[in-house]
Design a protein around this ligand. Structure first.
Ligand code: KIV
Ligand code: ZN
Length: 386
């Protein structure tokens, strides 16, 4: 029996922290609605104490959301928790996400405090949040660089105080997958009361390892992944939702499943990219423009013969109509014949030879030969044959 991996989306909180990505309330409501339809289990709607605008957005998202848990962030500060609780008042399924830095670096240089005092603040915050909602998630900020024994002690104490979910953020994107996996395993094996809580991954991408670390996390016992659409987020970003959803579906389907409706991923990516004015890199896994585009002759020939030769995912599965064959100076005859047929020219072998020599001279002059270029070239050579 496969285990469910809960998908916690933080596009509207960690993602929206990115400079220039701020959304207005109408945009946030639309993104939240689409996230709910996509099948995410938790929507982290914002950080209510941070501004009146964010408070109002969290409140409005809490009112409109039918399926997902709606979550608001707070520090381990009473005022933050009061604000999160008030913003979530109308949520059908509210969750307060509270926490504090637990690495020695944070304890010393952020809080000028001690491990004991931080543990006390963590417990107090969870107990306080628990007065407002049943579902309280605790984050141990910079858990990636936190000593495992101390982290286990904090986690045991906050579970006793009522935490339902333990978020283990690799806040600085520091861990290697093996280290992050071991950390999760250490917690799964050593935290008292862990059978009553869910371990959650929250990985940043500073070394390009966010997705790999999140997957290592679930393989060693975590059951929730925190992520964003297109992997947006502080600095190099967070784990990309579309990547973990497709890894779970395609590579780990025997052990795990998520509720993500993968056919909606491409549209979701476009909505977030356009509303946040944050372009998606063309070679981005799953949702980049080139994720299902083939441009070298060898690959094009292979994919035309059978898509699976060079694609591990059917583009339709993520809401992309079809793979594309891009015509460049690296393309071969198979690609030219395929694209010529698409624009109305079913070429015989001799015609293809003629067209290919004309095409390759044109392609050397241009980055890409478009349908217009192809039509003009073929019209000059032949009349349409299909
Ligand atoms: O990266 C991080 O540690 C966070 C926490 C506030 C959850 O975003
Ligand atoms: Zn984060």
């Amino acid at each position: 029996m496969a285990d469910q991996i809960f998908i916690f989306d933080t596009t509207l909180r960690d993602g929206e922290q990115v400079p220039g990505c701020k959304l207005n309330q109408t945009q946030k409501l639309l993104v939240a609605k689409e996230l709910d339809d996509l099948g995410v289990d938790v929507i982290e709607a914002g950080f209510p104490i941070s501004s009146p605008g964010d408070f109002q957005s969290v409140e409005a998202i809490a009112k409109q959301t039918n399926n997902a848990i709606v979550c608001g962030l707070s520090r381990s500060v009473k005022g933050d928790i009061d604000s999160a609780a008030a913003a979530l008042k109308f949520a059908k399924r509210p969750r307060i996400h509270t926490g504090i830095g637990t690495s020695d670096t944070h304890i010393k240089y952020k809080f000028n405090s001690t491990r004991d005092k931080i543990l006390e603040r963590a417990v107090e915050a969870v107990k306080y949040a628990k007065q407002f909602v049943e579902d309280v998630e605790f984050y141990a900020e910079d858990a990636g660089r936190t000593d495992n024994d101390y982290l286990a002690e904090v986690c045991s104490a906050v579970i006793k105080a009522g935490a339902t979910v333990l978020n283990i953020p690799d806040t600085t994107g520091y861990c290697l997958p093996s280290e992050y996996g071991e950390k999760i395993k250490y917690l799964a094996d050593n935290v008292i009361g862990i059978e009553n809580a869910i371990l959650s991954t929250h990985c940043h991408n500073d070394l390009g390892l966010a997705t790999a670390n999140s997957i290592a996390g679930i393989q060693f016992g975590a059951r929730q992944i925190e992520c964003t659409i297109n992997g947006i987020g502080e600095r190099a970003g967070n784990t990309a939702l579309e990547e973990v959803a497709m890894i779970i579906k395609h590579r780990l389907g025997k052990q795990y499943y998520s509720n993500i409706d993968s056919k909606k991923l491409n549209a979701m990516s476009k909505l977030v990219s356009e509303s946040m004015c944050m372009p998606v890199q063309p070679n981005k896994a799953i949702v980049g423009d080139n994720a299902f585009a083939h441009s070298s002759g060898i690959h094009q020939d292979g994919v035309i013969k059978r898509r699976e030769n060079y694609e591990i995912i059917d583009p339709k599965e993520v809401g992309v109509d079809q793979s594309s064959i891009i015509l460049t100076a690296r393309s071969g005859r198979a690609a030219l014949a395929y694209r010529s047929k698409q624009v109305g020219y079913d070429l015989y072998k001799d015609q293809l030879d003629v067209a290919y020599s004309e095409f390759i001279s044109l392609a050397d002059l241009k980055k890409e030969v478009t349908n217009d270029d192809l039509n003009a070239m073929l019209a000059g050579l032949f009349a349409a044959t299909v």
